[in-house]
Design a protein around this ligand. Structure first.
Ligand SMILES: C[S@@+](CC[C@H](N)C(=O)[O-])C[C@H]1O[C@@H](n2cnc3c(N)ncnc32)[C@H](O)[C@@H]1O
Length: 469
């Protein structure tokens, strides 16, 4: 089989590919906020461009949370190590030892590896969609559903090179190597033939499972898909921080307003030691079904799950109710992990979102925030979070909350292991220090590089000091 040299044009792109209007908007976003000053606007543009350039690179750490209600953390770490050794032996990959996060006793950090510079390109190419490609960069196998192109004569056992289609130009079932822009992911062994993937398309023969086993990856990360799912949950580091910042206590009454798929719900319930009441709401029925299974799989009996629109979760009357909507002042703590433009996700090589969709998020988040403020008890805690990088959904949203609800006070967070807020919005320098931004940084060999080499994420914490007038 012919072997090709590595070419520069199939490497990870120098920054995420965005709609041109969105890119321009992100770079100049602080011009929208009259209180921002010129030097801050320059700093903001530079910082946004820096972050955009890191989005295609996968974080060099995988993070999992362990179910400390079922077993003690040390024996869970031992179990995790055993499962990882087994996984790695099958792939001949050597990764460094997992270890506990120094400040979060149920969070395990597993170092990844890469990029490997010298992988030979094979003539036989498999083309996968963006979602599948980004999962492979984070250690996943190639599942059949993600494959869109394969050589005509591909049979089980063939060694193939794996590519992501960057332009969406590959037709399903395409046989020829991709002409348009593509990204090389590594090599693997086909576990199915081309015919099995594309010919047998009758509804009673939908092929699923692993289509290509990745043997030589550009980035190596632990394969988590076959780990014990009632004991271990893969999560981005800032998401785990979010639940610690909320600081739920046993016997609290807590609301998780946008809860699916349930990473933070399971964490909050675990931190409550499964005692008290945690109401988990999501608008989408299918997601709620999966969330219900996850909650039951983790043995969490303190969680009530509802399919409901949280923009309507506050009722006028004080009459107590079992399910949503709820009377004012029902909850001790509320997490609003808001639906957002998700531009902090890593790795991400392209995003086709249009400008009007991007601009629709802040108003929607404000509807949810209004409900949250009403539902919170005096003395209660509200945590607002997003996995995006825009000012409008993060710092500017906090400025709006403080101007609109004088009964809320912005509060320091524990732990605060990420960065402070991004300049360029209407938020004051004092308040910028209180909010928590994870601004991806891949430069570090330092001991705590795992705290910075993360997705882009934002957390703000408020305390309600008096009732809404
Ligand atoms: C960022 S995700 C939440 C992730 C979740 N907190 C976790 O940690 O696994 C946002 C969620 O908000 C839900 N959502 C969007 N609008 C909603 C609404 N009006 N009411 C309830 N849920 C909503 C979406 O279905 C989505 O699952």
């Amino acid at each position: 089989m012919e072997r090709n040299e590595q070419t520069a044009d199939d490497c990870l792109p120098p920054q995420i590919k965005l709609n041109s209007e969105v890119l321009e908007y992100l770079k100049t976003e602080s011009l929208n906020f009259p209180k921002s000053i010129e030097s801050d606007r320059d700093r903001c543009e530079k910082e946004i461009c820096r972050i955009l350039s890191l989005l295609p690179i996968p974080p060099l750490f995988t993070v999992v949370r362990v179910n400390t209600l079922q077993q003690d953390p040390e024996s869970l770490l031992a179990l995790l190590k055993e499962q990882l050794i087994d996984n790695h032996r099958k792939r001949a990959v050597q990764l460094a030892e997992p270890f506990f996060h120094p400040l979060m006793p149920d969070v395990v950090i597993i170092p990844n590896a890469g990029p490997v510079q010298s992988i030979e390109r094979r003539e036989d190419q498999i083309v996968v969609d963006h979602m599948c490609g980004m999962s492979v960069l984070r250690g996943s196998e190639v599942f059949v559903q993600g494959i869109i192109g394969a050589p005509l004569d591909m049979t089980r056992g063939d060694i193939v090179s794996l590519y992501v289609d960057m332009e969406g130009s590959c037709l399903r079932g395409q046989t020829q190597p991709l002409k348009g822009e593509k990204i090389f992911l590594g090599n693997g062994v086909a576990l199915v033939s081309r015919n099995q993937i594309f010919r047998d398309s009758s509804p009673d023969h939908v092929l699923s499972g692993v289509g290509v086993s990745v043997t030589n990856a550009l980035y190596s990360a632990p394969r988590l898909d076959n780990l014990t799912s009632d004991l271990i949950f893969a999560q981005n580091l800032p998401s785990a921080v979010c639940s610690y910042v909320l600081n739920p206590q046993p016997n609290d009454t807590v609301l998780d307003m946008c809860a699916a798929p349930g990473g933070k719900t399971t964490h909050i319930a675990t931190l409550m030691r499964n005692k008290g009441r945690l109401v988990a709401i999501d608008r989408t029925k299918l997601k709620v079904e999966r969330l219900t299974s996850l909650v039951s799989c983790w043995g969490l009996t303190c969680v009530e799950v509802y399919t409901f629109d949280s923009t309507k979760s506050l009722q006028d009357s004080a009459e107590a109710t079992k399910g949503p909507p709820y009377p004012p002042g029902t909850f001790d703590r509320i997490l609003l992990d808001a639906p957002c433009s998700a531009l902090g996700q890593r790795p991400s090589c392209c995003n086709k979102m249009g400008l009007s969709w991007l601009k629709s998020f802040p108003m929607y988040q404000r509807k949810l925030l209004r409900q949250a403020v009403g539902l919170l008890k005096v003395g209660g805690t509200l945590v607002y979070s997003t996995c995006t990088i825009t000012l409008a959904e993060n710092e500017e949203q906090v400025a709006w909350v403080l101007a609109t609800f004088p009964q809320l006070v912005l509060t320091a967070q524990e732990p605060h292991i990420g960065d402070t807020g991004l300049v360029g919005s209407s938020l004051s320098p004092e308040h910028l220090k209180l909010v928590h931004r994870f601004k991806p940084d891949v430069s570090g060999d330092s001991k705590d590089a795992f705290n910075r080499d993360t997705i882009g994420f934002f957390i703000a914490k408020f305390i309600k000091v008096e009732n809404v007038k």
